[in-house]
Structures are given as structure tokens and as C-alpha cells.
Design a protein around this ligand. Structure first.
Ligand code: ADP
Length: 398
């Protein structure tokens, strides 16, 4: 565990970047530092690997003050990933990734074999190994940056706005990839971003900082969204935090209705049997059970089915896997107001009305409130004063 204990950083020009910050960063999870530009996120991150030395307080790694460890040993235990990947432009991809193993004295063959293995891990085709960074897309370069940071298998990964320079689609892919990778590797990750959506998506714990490097709130994302500590945090979370919070509730508890689901080749009697009160529309599926669209029961009884005339079914949600947010979205997008639940193969397993989703949301909120009342609170901020400026700043990855 990394323990940040009342840490302060005042730069030589007098700027107070971080002010008596205390955080307990749990092992094998992703802790996100988020806040507006200039609130001290990068400074905090760099104090963890001693690229910036604090002017007050202390940082403990597994109970040992990082000041008591040789800086090289410390940095070897911490991979470091930055925006735009910070790759060595004159080195090939494989040599970029092999940088730290080579510094550690590994033979060339072994280091390259490790690099190839890591390329695969982070979703890069090994055919890119001999290219130079400028021959890769931004997203690919960022993956190389992650692979390089992981090369010597450090227990800690420090990531500073690693995905901020790529477009939203690539960025989402990189976030998903990081979450997948983390399930496999279980690193202790400290991740800096100014993007609250990114923080809420990937963080196990989220520390919201305000200007001057003061902690505003430290909590799991669901708690942040349900119980912002103050107006600053609430503003920073944005207007739709209620909807976003639904991402943390599973759709598995929703009560689905199966009666309105009908195969495209059904007979008039079968259709009549399904058109029950309270279900004004039928969901027509193909032979495999995949949704085709909604229909008025009367229109179906009229003659052969015309798929082109069915009402769109919005975006289905995967029952049990997707969240209540996805279910609500499906219902909102559906012209009938009913969302379609599918299984992992895209086959319709039921439909659910906006009203039923609304009831599930209300009970989820009630449960969430109970959890927030008994769960983790905000981290304590203890007092300590700025000491003398140490000021040693340096460093590349590894
Ligand atoms: P963030 O990562 O949240 O954008 P930083 O940690 O980079 O914030 O910066 C926090 C504050 O410290 C800002 O006001 C910034 O201008 C200032 N700062 C950062 N580095 C230095 C430095 N080397 N010298 C003086 N002030 C600095």
C-alpha cells in the first residue's frame, strides 16, 4: 500500500501545488487523482516516484518511507506512463518496450522476447515490433507506453493523463484495455486525469482535488456520484450524475416480461394469444430469436410481416451484464418506451417498461443510500507545514 501522509509541495517560486494531502492508496486497485487543471495531480504523482520531492509530510510504500530507499530502486518498482506515451523516437517499438529490462542487465534476446510478450498483452500486433514510434497511431503509441512501463513487472504503475491525447473512440478502447489488463495483472495503479467520466469509469477509488492541491473527497465512484461532499465536487461531477450512477447497478434484478416476444413466422392465433392487456406492442424476432422491431398486434394480424415497417427497438441491453443505465437508455431510445433485454448472443430474453426500470432505480437508490451511510467516508486531512525545498526533479520512464 502507498500511504501519502500530510504531504505538501511548495515550489521554489512559492506556488503551493499540494497542501497537506493524505491518502491511503490500496494495493492491486486503480486509484484516480482527478480535478481541474493546476490542482496538483501531476505533482502528487511525481512525488510518489520522487521526480518531485515534497516540502512536507511523507510517503510510505509498504510501510517504508520512500525517502529511505535509493531512488533507482524505488523507480524500478514503479512503471510510469505519460501523455503522448513519451517514447524514444529513435528506437524501434520492441526496443522501446525492452528499455528497462536492458537497463536491468537482461540479455538482448530475453529482453526482446519479453517485449514481444508484452505487445501481445496490450493488444499490439507483433508485426509492429520493428517500426518506429512515428509509424504508429496515437492509440498504438499509448499501448507501447503501457507495455514499456510493465516490462520489468513493477508492482506499481503511475499513469499521468495517459489517454488524454487520443480521440474519444480510441480512448474508450484504451480504458477498456486497461481494465482488462488490470484484472490479469493486479497492479497498484495511480492514475491522473482531469476527466471525471474517465475517473468514474476506471477508478476503484477516486480522489477529487481542488486548486491548491487540497483533497475535496476520496471515495469509490458510486459513492462520489451519490453523495458528493460539497458544491465543488457536485459541480465537478456535472449535471447527469444521477444517470451516471446507474452504471453501478446491475440490470440482473429487473423483472422481464416474455409474453410480448413473438417470432416473425407466428400464426394469427399465436399473435392474438400474445397481445395481452398492458402490452400494446409485440417484439418481433427472427428465427434465432434476435429482435427485429416492435409492432402493433393489429398490424401483425393483417397479413405477411413487413420488417421494414416495424418500429425500431432502440439499443438492447445485455441482461445481467449491462447496468441499469444501459437498460434505461434502451427504454428511452425505444419508441414504445420498452427496453429489450438480450443474452450474450443477442437473442431477446425479455422486455421491460420504463416504469419497471424506474421502480428498480428507486429501490437501487434506497439501497445505495444505506451503503453510503455505512461505507467509507472521506479521507482525513491532517495538518503539517511546508519544510525546506528539496527540489530534485528529473526522470524518464523506469
Ligand atoms: P495538475 O497536474 O493538476 O494540472 P500540477 O501538479 O501540474 O497540476 O501543478 C500544480 C500547480 O503547481 C500549478 O499551479 C502549477 O502551475 C504549479 N507548478 C507545477 N510545476 C511547477 C514548477 N516546477 N515550478 C513552479 N510551479 C509549478
Amino acid at each position: 500500500m502507498i500511504r501519502i501522509d500530510s504531504v505538501t509541495k511548495r515550489y521554489p517560486d512559492g506556488t503551493l501545488a499540494v497542501d497537506r494531502l493524505s491518502l491511503e492508496i490500496p494495493d492491486r486497485s486503480i486509484t484516480v487523482l482527478v480535478g481541474p487543471s493546476g490542482c496538483g495531480k501531476t505533482t502528487t504523482l511525481r512525488m510518489i516516484n520522487r521526480m518531485v520531492e515534497p516540502t512536507g509530510g511523507s510517503i510510505l510504500l509498504d510501510g517504508v518511507d520512500i525517502q529511505d530507499q535509493p531512488v533507482n530502486t524505488l523507480r524500478r518498482s514503479m512503471g510510469y506512463v505519460i501523455q503522448n506515451a513519451g517514447l524514444f523516437q529513435h528506437r524501434t517499438i520492441v526496443d522501446n518496450i525492452a528499455t528497462v529490462p536492458r537497463l536491468l542487465g537482461w540479455g538482448k534476446q530475453r529482453a526482446r522476447a519479453r517485449a514481444a510478450e508484452l505487445m501481445e498483452r496490450v493488444g499490439l500486433d507483433v508485426s509492429l515490433a520493428k517500426r518506429y514510434p512515428y509509424q504508429l497511431s496515437g492509440g498504438q503509441q499509448q499501448r507501447v507506453g503501457v507495455a514499456r512501463a510493465l516490462a520489468a513487472d513493477p508492482p506499481v504503475l503511475l499513469m499521468d493523463e495517459p489517454f488524454s491525447a487520443v480521440d474519444p473512440v480510441v480512448r474508450k478502447g484504451l480504458q477498456d484495455e486497461l481494465l482488462r489488463l488490470q484484472e490479469e495483472l493486479g497492479k497498484t495503479i495511480v492514475f491522473v486525469t482531469h476527466d471525471i467520466d474517465e475517473a468514474v469509469k476506471i477508478g476503484t477509488m477516486v480522489a477529487v482535488l481542488r486548486t491548491g492541491g487540497r483533497l475535496a473527497q476520496y471515495a469509490p465512484p458510486a459513492e462520489l456520484l451519490s453523495a458528493p461532499a460539497d458544491d465543488f465536487v457536485e459541480d465537478f461531477l456535472g449535471i447527469d450524475r444521477g444517470i451516471r450512477r446507474l452504471s453501478f447497478f446491475a440490470s440482473g434484478g429487473l423483472e422481464l416480461t416474455k409474453t410480448p416476444i413473438i417470432a416473425a413466422d407466428s400464426t394469427a392465433e399465436q399473435i392474438a394469444a400474445r397481445a395481452t392487456p398492458g402490452v400494446p406492442y409485440l417484439l418481433v424476432t427472427d428465427a434465432e430469436g434476435r429482435p427485429l422491431g416492435w409492432s402493433d398486434p393489429a398490424a401483425l394480424a393483417d397479413g405477411p410481416l413487413d420488417v421494414a415497417r416495424l418500429l425500431p427497438y432502440g439499443r438492447p441491453f445485455e441482461y445481467g451484464t449491462d447496468s441499469l443505465r444501459a437498460a434505461l437508455d434502451g427504454a428511452v431510445l425505444s419508441p414504445t418506451g420498452w427496453a429489450v433485454a438480450v443474452d450474450g448472443n443477442g437473442r431477446a430474453v425479455g422486455v421491460v417498461s420504463q416504469q419497471t426500470i424506474g421502480e428498480a432505480i428507486r429501490s437501487a437508490h434506497a439501497e445505495g443510500r444505506t451503503a453510503a451511510e455505512t461505507g467509507t467516508g472521506t479521507a482525513a486531512e491532517a495538518g503539517a507545514d511546508a519544510g525546506a525545498e528539496a527540489g530534485a526533479e528529473a526522470g524518464v520512464a523506469g
